[in-house]
Design a protein around this ligand. Structure first.
Ligand code: FCB
Length: 465
């Protein structure tokens, strides 16, 4: 598989899933801390209070990143760690932590990609109405300002929101994720609208205030529609299915991305939601529709789709697909069709901001043989390379995840890392997949430099002639 010369190889994590050290050094509470205190909400009664204790082990974790040869690291800032009440009083010690993290990454030549919001919403702001409060967009803009003031001299890659489909859909509609609400559709859409406004305001702040030229996007939770054949009618059916909105739920590919990038909510959703649509104030859509530099997408799996006789689409359930430990089907072609369909609709370069798998990993004589993950990565990345070869501009890939970590409602029962974490001892073990990823990155770098040399030689020859 071949990737562009300047392609970015990274790995991703998020604050609540790895940091631990909850409430340490003046940090505040998030909605995830509060959900963890409610019996029966999280598998095995797990919480993120300690997690991978990355807050204290960040140096050794960055050493591991360097060992794997990562070029970039995507992590998130815990909003309540830097603003314990979500707004107002600043916790300098929290900001200091992220400043040290950034410096240590840069010392190792690893480019930091900061996600501003990866679900640990400040509990104090939740008590003030959370995303339902129209002021939430300003709270987020102020928080962005704080982070940008402190880190943008050294950080230029930004992701505003991670997966509004999840923190609004799973968090406010299904009640599975924090804050654990099962709200009516109109409240859900209002919360979503404010999150979108928060995104817009945050981008405005980054563009206006960042010291280093910023590169900005958001990360979408993407379920990819895969055509059952390469016939044009099946491809068209999959494309339609990919952006259709048939259920009164916000977990789909267009509801959040369209307003961010195209400046309007998708018609089909507006018709379906009808009277439940939130009030859209003058200027809201313009605020949401900021210029972005790339389309960030988190892709784990896809759904097969075929054309129907009446030019519509139908889902085809393939029963023989392998599944990951999450029960998600293994569908490598999602990394071919996803980037292609997104690029076609949004006309932007693509960055895969998350992709990977949970596996039933075990330590054996000090090693973790996660053959399934290597096969998964190999196949998925092969499809991504094919998309690029077919003309999709793609800038990078962030493997989810660097470390095994707190997998939300599943607690610690699911292991996504290329590094195994023993939660009792906080020891880390590089899994076989880490070695595989290391080789892939090293090979890519050496092939790219050889290509560059060949190009220079050619130029040289031409000059001599
Ligand atoms: C994504 C989340 C990420 C992780 C993976 C498995 O939806 O963004 O935090 O939990 O799923």
């Amino acid at each position: 598989m071949k990737f562009p010369e300047d392609f970015i190889w990274g790995a991703a994590t998020s604050s609540y899933q790895i940091e631990g050290a909850a409430y340490r050094d003046g940090g505040g509470r998030s909605v995830w801390d509060m959900l963890g205190r409610q019996a029966g909400r999280i598998a095995n009664g797990d919480t993120g209070e300690i997690a991978c204790d990355h807050y204290h082990h960040y140096k050794k974790d960055i050493d591991l990143m360097a060992e794997v040869g990562l070029q970039a690291y995507r992590f998130s800032i815990s909003w309540p760690r830097v603003l314990p009440d979500g707004a107002g009083k600043v916790n300098q010690q929290g900001l200091d932590f992220y400043s040290r993290l950034v410096d240590t990454l840069l010392e190792k030549n690893i480019t930091p990609w900061i996600t501003l919001f990866h679900w640990d919403f400040p509990y104090e702001l939740y008590c003030r109405g959370g995303w339902l409060n129209r002021d939430s967009a300003d709270w987020f803009a102020d928080y962005t300002q704080l982070v940008v003031d402190r880190l943008s001299d050294r950080v230029s890659h930004w992701i505003t929101l991670n997966e509004p489909q999840c923190f609004i859909g799973l968090g406010h509609q299904d009640g599975i994720h924090a804050p654990g609400m099962k709200m009516g559709v109109s409240e859900v859409l209002l919360a979503g609208h404010n999150a979108l406004r928060a995104h817009g305001k945050s981008v405005e702040v980054i563009r206006a205030q960042a010291k280093a030229a910023p590169f900005v996007g958001a990360s979408q939770a993407s379920i990819i529609s895969i055509p059952v054949s390469d016939q044009p009618h099946d491809i068209e059916a999959a494309r339609q299915h990919m952006f259709s909105i048939r259920k009164k739920h916000v977990f789909n590919n267009a509801w959040f991305s369209d307003p961010m990038i195209l400046g309007r909510y998708p018609d089909e959703g507006v018709e379906l939601f009808a009277a439940d649509m939130p009030e859209i104030f003058a200027g809201d859509l313009e605020c949401i529709n900021q210029k972005l530099d790339y389309f960030g997408t988190n892709i784990y799996s896809g759904i097969h789709v075929r054309a129907t006789a009446d030019n519509g689409f139908a889902v085809v359930v393939k029963k023989d697909l392998a599944e990951t430990a999450m029960g998600w089907p293994v569908t490598p072609e999602a990394l071919y069709w996803g980037p292609g369909f997104f690029h076609q609709r949004y006309q932007m370069p693509v960055v895969i901001t998350e992709s990977g798998m949970a596996n039933d990993d075990r330590v054996n004589n000090g090693m973790v043989h996660d053959r399934e993950r290597i096969e998964f990565l190999d196949k998925y990345l092969g499809e991504y390379a094919r998309a690029i070869e077919d003309g999709v501009p793609a800038l990078g890939y962030f493997l989810w995840s660097l470390l095994d970590n707190f997998e939300w409602a599943e607690g610690y029962s699911k292991r996504f890392g290329i590094v195994y974490v023993d939660y009792e001892t906080q020891q880390r073990v590089l899994k076989d997949s880490a070695g595989w990823y290391k080789n892939l990155i090293a090979r890519h770098i050496s092939e790219s430099s050889q290509d560059a040399e060949t190009a220079t030689d050619k130029n040289h020859t031409v000059e001599c002639v």
